[in-house]
Design a protein around this ligand. Sequence first.
Ligand code: HEM
Length: 451
Amino acid sequence: MSAHDPKTYSLGETDSIWHKLTPLLKDPINPMQTLLRMSEKYGGALAFNMGNERVVFLAEPDHFKHVLVTKEPSYIKYFDGLTPIFGKSMITIDGALWQKIRVPQQAAFHPNMFEEYLPYLLKSLRSKGDRWAGLAKTGETIEMVEETWTLAADMVCRALFDREMPFNPHFVFGMVKAYTNVNNHKSIRSKLQDEGADTDISGEKAHKAMSEWGSIPDKVVDANDLDHRAKTLLTMLKAAEADPAFPEFDHQQVVDEMKQYLWAGTETTALTLAWCLYLLTQHPEVAAKVREEAQRVCGTGEPTWEQAQNLTYIRMVLQETMRLYPPIWGLIRRCAVEDEVGGVTVNPGDVVVLCAYIAHHSEKYWEEPEKFIPERFSPDRMKARAKYSYLPFGGGKRSCIGGALSQLENGLALAMLYRRFDPEYLGPVPARINPTVTLTPASLPFRIREL
Ligand code: HEM
């Protein structure tokens, strides 16, 4: 980690993303509602001066298309404050280099690879099932995001890297999450401390968390391969590193790509499943249909590849979950050239936030937007939907590389785990949202019951 500027370790700089997110803290139950109300009151394009920067919030599908597709080269990726988490991985870079870095990895996400991943995903689910059977006996309270995050990380390690997870995900992700939590922003931390609250991270701890995080990819690379598979994402990354014609793809690039997958590819998937399990506890009629489909399609055995394709209702439930709780609630860019969007001038250097959450909750695009209705995503109703009004995986050429894989992972998880267990939610309703760059619950305490 010595290669990184020490500035990236400090929390609460006014030029970091955390500072800009602090106004969201005004609503302690759901900070996103503040954005929604502002958008309804002032229209879909809003510019603010925040600290030393101008931030433009955009909330209309037309704006999303403009920034992500029509004028895509004019809007570059914005990852200030997240350098220690993502390094120089492809999610953070732009232009020709981004394209060059993405090409050698693309094949690992082609759907024709997914059938090969199935046994590894099922293995992770079997071990989660064993753990939940134990938890059902003790009746202890668990944090659901920790459960789903370990599951998603185990799936990525097995399916994409051909490794068992050689680190303790609760510890590692807990530390990194503390780093990204807006509540740990310097000014907020001091305020909370003045009020007598016990905040959970200091600058020194943040530094340690990021050092530990930076060491994880090499631990994965150095672990034994499970099945000596010739073509995995990890072998593709290593082949790019070994290619003399590709000097940009050095060892640090491999490390950073892996950090990106272990974070962007696991937290988002885990949040979707955790929010989904919460929503199912509030909608028993949907929960019953999920179980009915899992049993009808897969019987009592593990899903085959063909059966996994036929979990259509479960897929709709996951899509509706990501509408209500998009794990990436806003896509962030920095404007490179002067532009105009929705009647607002955007200057070079402005930070632009595309608020997927607002479009997903807008009455303009969804009937009864606050209701959980998976049938909205039935194939016959999809055509009527306004383009770019639903963006859980982003849009344009920078959209998520792993979206389809995450749907497979979570579809299998619901089919396997929900058929056997009835997780009981023990927290307040509605569940509180914690403001970070992802749409994270403050807490989702559950007790596992076996059916
Ligand atoms: C429900 C699960 C997921 C959600 C909601 C999600 C969401 C997103 C979004 C919104 C973006 C675009 C960000 C932007 O434009 O600024 C993105 C990019 C990305 N995602 Fe995902 N993601 C998910 C799962 C995954 C998985 C399973 C992987 C891989 C294992 C993955 C890897 C990536 C990568 C590498 C990028 C950057 C692509 C590029 O810039 O070329 N994601 N994701």
